[in-house]
Design a binder for this molecule. Structure first.
Ligand SMILES: *Cc1c(COP(=O)(O)O)cnc(C)c1O
Length: 354
């Protein structure tokens, strides 16, 4: 029940047990080609999509080194652990980072970003989490996208816990690079990043002077046109992804996405009578972050849930350690598992009552 890695469906586990095939084969090439096209429906884009063998963070690095040039000014919105990390990453790679801190638990304010852009007119890109997984906050990306659409500034989005589990609309909202990861809503093992580029972003790719080799998305694109990946393909991930995308097509993209909305709503309803308060100002659908009731320690709750009830939930990171717990809504889980989690949380609170 954590916000990633998540419970995998049985049909994915079965595919993982199949014998390996070579990636330079017609069988694999048609699977890859299917996924490269079909996944655009999840991003809601006609742009270019890429699979790279890395965790989600690799996708975040890839998006920077492929669009920017060292010294470029970027505004990094930091409202939690993942915002902090992406800002650090950008600084380490030699970009000129203007960090915009947002109080943990709150979403950014679009007008504040507009003001910041006015102060730094040479800004090349904005870095932001769609959903900040450390706080459970969903950010107002549609409004920011509308502001930036006609500008020369790229909107780079960490959508690792938004893709497939929020109403994110890449083309409609004017998002330029959108990054996803395999182990969240896609219900796969960790190890594959998924990135999509708008036309505007692709123009930046042509001019980017950051050194790169493994991440080179132009070279990746050339390979993809031959239905191949630049290096050895993550065959297991792609094969499983095909099955997941077929499953999503069968039930409908919106039905799949709204499962997360429904579960997050249920979680908020079940949490309140137990004394939990929703931590996020604008709660995401991917996960629910809950302030633990007064007198309880979140780490103790987490440990007891794990050891006594065999349910894995996530705790708070950094200064939120012990203060919040986080319940995921992604993966092969539904209302049954969500109800059970809160039933066991109620028992846990009774047991731990001082
Ligand atoms: C999980 C997550 C990441 C990190 O992904 P890794 O696969 O661990 O590299 C980055 N950003 C967000 C918002 C996430 O939820």
């Amino acid at each position: 029940m954590t916000p990633g890695p998540v419970e995998m469906p049985k049909y994915v586990l079965k595919i993982l047990a199949e014998p390996m095939i070579h990636h330079r084969t017609e069988e694999f090439e048609s699977t890859l080609d299917f996924c490269l096209h079909e996944i655009k429906k999840i991003f809601k884009t006609n742009g270019k999509v890429f699979f790279q063998t890395s965790t989600g963070s690799g996708g975040l690095e890839s998006s920077l080194v492929n669009t920017l040039t060292p010294g470029d000014k970027v505004i990094a919105i930091n409202g939690g652990k993942f915002g902090e990390r992406w800002a650090d990453m950008a600084r380490n790679l030699g970009y000129n980072v203007v960090e915009h801190k947002v109080k943990w638990g709150q979403c950014f304010v679009v007008d504040e970003i507009s003001e910041l852009i006015k102060k730094h007119p040479e800004t090349k890109a904005i870095l932001v989490q769609a959903c900040e997984t450390s706080t459970g906050v969903m950010n107002p990306l549609e409004d920011l996208g509308a502001q930036l659409k006609k500008s020369d500034i790229l909107l780079l989005v960490d959508a690792i816990t938004a893709l497939g589990c929020s109403d994110l609309d890449m083309d409609g909202w004017g998002l330029d690079v959108v990054v996803g990861g395999s182990q969240k809503a896609f219900m796969l093992p960790t190890g594959m990043s998924i990135t999509a580029y708008s036309e505007k972003a692709w123009a930046f790719v042509q001019k980017s002077k950051t050194p790169k080799y493994y991440w080179d998305i132009k070279a990746e694109h050339k390979s993809n046109q031959k239905k191949q990946t630049l290096f050895s393909s993550p065959v297991a991930h792609i094969r499983c992804l095909k099955a997941v995308l077929e499953h999503i097509a069968e039930i409908g993209v919106e039905t799949f996405i709204h499962k997360h909305k429904d579960l997050s709503k249920r979680a908020r309803e079940l949490a309140q009578p137990l004394g939990f308060e929703v931590f996020a100002q604008t709660p995401a659908w991917a996960l629910t972050a809950l302030k633990v009731p007064h007198g309880y320690d979140g780490e103790e709750i987490q440990l007891y849930m794990e050891n006594e009830h065999h349910i894995t939930i996530a705790g708070g990171q950094d200064f939120l350690k012990g203060k919040i717990i986080r319940i995921g809504h992604m993966g092969a889980i539904g209302s049954k598992e969500t109800n059970l989690t809160f039933e066991k949380l109620a028992q846990t609170l009774r047991y731990l009552k001082k």
